[in-house]
Ligand binder design. Sequence first.
Ligand code: C5P
Length: 224
Amino acid sequence: MSKQIQIAIDGPAGAGKSTIAKIVAEELGFTYIDTGAMYRAVTYKAMKENINLNDAIALEKMLLLTSIDLKPSENGQLVYLDGVDVSQLIRSNEVTANVSEVSAHANIREILVKKQQELAASGGIVMDGRDIATHVLKDAELKIFMSATAEERAKRRFIDNEKRGIPSSIETLKQEIIQRDKFDSEREASPLVQAEDAIYLDTTELSIEEAAKSILRLAKEKME
Ligand code: C5P
């Protein structure tokens, strides 16, 4: 059996992390964990319960009484919040617009990071997010920082939204992406930043398959 390694994939919004990470995990028979989905699930519940997203204590109280489960399925990873499938609901424009505010709270990150580390404790893992290489899986054998131009990322989100039946415009998405990246990069708690030992992968000109192939090539070198 080949070596079970940890692969950390970080980068800004819409760089293709989830799509590519999922393919890499499938090819290697590894578990895929989308950490952004966890922050989205917390945001969704807080909004539904009318909790002030600025109130870190109230959010923490809520989170301690919340269960978030990620389950693989034929249609990708499903996200269960307190036993209910919220996979589609957490992708709404409202959740997207508010998730950075929630994820900036250090106490919320601490709880979710612990859960992410527990999920990654056994077997081969591909995890994507913003702070995976720098905080969650510091010892990951392979670290990738994936990006693409804001224009290209907005286009991809637009196509993705169309498929999900969510109305949007490319220009609005581009502004939203730039705003969210700025917020995620400038926050104090584990900001979005490329780890020193991460490999930079620009996916602007790459197809999904090409990007997945280049990560698989690097992964196989580490697994030898
Ligand atoms: O990856 P996705 O776009 O779904 O992430 C949603 C948001 O969750 C990000 O904009 C960021 O604020 C937060 N996030 C984070 N740390 C992670 C993953 C996501 O702060 N590891």
